[in-house]
Ligand binder design. Structure first.
Ligand code: PMP
Ligand code: GLN
Length: 414
């Protein structure tokens, strides 16, 4: 084997997601790293966001029935017609969006593939792709795979809201795409109509495509309403809307995702997507087509998640973290600055990661550092250097146990 690393864009991907170490070694995603750590240490895993209760019995039974009914060969590249129709119906019912299932909907292998195929199809070297920062890691990875230039725009440090001036200032004649994520991972921010209108105005002025990641669309709290960007005036014609069944139905491993948008953009994305996976999982697609007609299960999940959010937020506050209460998603961001000394962690750029590595020993709990969602050295990375993301998509007794364990941090701190 040659000593030099193999060529190709994989190093750009690693660098763009903070996984390339100074010595040239490459780590796995922060979610994988922290899940391995949790399993090894026997700690409660509040790092990677996945539920510890599987989605509805009827939906799981429908997938088994589809297997038994012989739906086991390739699905059409666009996705099963009944799922495309169910996505269109869902968008009409919830948001009043009119989408043609035949030409404007594409089923994908999770939202991850929808995002990657969109960015690969529509951007390339010389193009700038704007995201908010912190950003979900796969957004940065896909931009790097496309060879485009990532331009992250920090959310405000106080409350993680859109900074419209910063967004406008980030746009140049080379801006090809603006990637938005609401409800937002990791911060839990749900962009308000006024903020969405500011994004829309910038996109229209720049004549940019908007790619909007709405996988947590049904997981909002305290009356915060999710508003798809595509519903804003003049936006349907330039917006690709991405979602997935993983979060809505607590079936993250099924990787059933989709996107919709104007037919010309969907054609472009389909062109790439058909050579990534072509298609996947017809029994899962069939089951989700049925599930999407059910509005009650997601509503019940959101209500129960709101209570679990409150439990974890109270526990983190009692343990000495300074939290930002999320209005959506699976996650709460907690500033650990007041605890660093007691934890024996020096303040600075690596503080959050270092604390996450120590947290299993200190408290028997695993989280992920918010720095993993930022470009290394950026203003957002600096502002969130000591911030951790905890998930509350766990059963209440598990969260109670985690909160009890974290309380030890406060005691140790005194
Ligand atoms: N976008 C965001 C913001 C996410 O948090 C996730 C994580 N699940 C995804 C996309 C990926 O979704 P999927 O599992 O459907 O690929
Ligand atoms: N979306 C999940 C999270 O934010 C992680 C998914 C993954 O591991 N790629 O925790």
């Amino acid at each position: 084997m040659p000593d030099s690393p193999p060529p190709g864009r994989w190093r750009d991907v690693a660098a763009a997601t903070g996984l390339l170490a100074a010595d040239g070694s490459v780590a796995q995603t922060i979610f994988a790293e922290m899940t391995v750590l949790a399993n090894r240490a026997g700690a409660i895993n509040l790092g990677q966001g996945f539920p510890d209760v599987d989605g509805p019995d009827a939906v799981r039974q429908a997938a088994k029935d589809a297997i038994d009914a012989g739906r086991n060969q390739y699905a059409p590249g666009d996705g099963l017609p009944e799922l495309r129709a169910a996505v269109a119906d869902h968008q009409r019912r919830h948001y009043g969006l009119e989408v043609d299932p035949a030409t404007q909907v594409l089923v994908t292998t999770g939202a991850t593939e929808a995002l990657a195929a969109s960015i690969l199809a529509l951007t390339g070297p010389g193009d700038e792709v704007v995201t908010l920062e912190p950003f979900y890691d796969s957004h940065a990875a896909s931009i790097a795979m496309a060879g485009a230039t990532h331009v992250p725009v920090p959310l405000t440090t106080d409350g993680f809201r859109l900074d419209a001036d910063a967004l406008r200032a980030a746009v140049t004649p080379r801006t090809r795409m603006i990637v938005v994520n609401t409800p937002h991972n990791p911060t839990g921010t749900v962009l308000e109509p006024a903020e969405l209108e500011q994004v829309a105005a910038v996109a229209r002025d720049a004549d940019a495509i908007v790619l909007t990641d709405e996988v947590y669309e049904h997981l909002t709290y305290d009356g915060a309403a999710h508003v798809p960007l595509a519903t804003l005036p003049g936006m349907a014609g330039r917006t690709l809307t991405v979602s997935s069944a993983g979060k809505t139905f607590s079936l993250t491993g099924w990787k059933v995702g989709w996107l919709h948008g104007p037919a010309d953009l969907v054609t472009a994305v389909r062109t790439v997507k058909q050579f990534l996976t072509y298609s996947s999982g017809p029994p899962f697609q069939a089951a989700i087509a049925g599930a999407l007609a059910d509005d009650e299960a997601p509503r019940a999940l959101a209500a129960s998640l709101a209570a679990r959010r409150d439990l974890l937020c109270e526990g983190l506050t009692a343990a000495g973290f300074d939290i930002t209460v999320p209005q959506g998603t699976y996650f709460v961001v907690a500033d650990a600055t007041p605890l660093l000394d007691r934890a024996g962690v020096a303040a600075g750029p690596g503080a959050g990661h270092e604390l996450c590595l120590r947290l299993p020993d200190l408290a028997g709990v695993v989280a992920v550092p918010v720095s993993a969602f930022c470009r290394s050295g950026s203003a957002a990375a600096e502002a969130t250097a000591a911030h951790l993301r905890f998930t509350f998509v766990k059963r209440e007794p598990v969260l109670r146990d985690a909160v009890d364990r974290l309380a030890g941090l406060a005691r140790a701190a005194r």
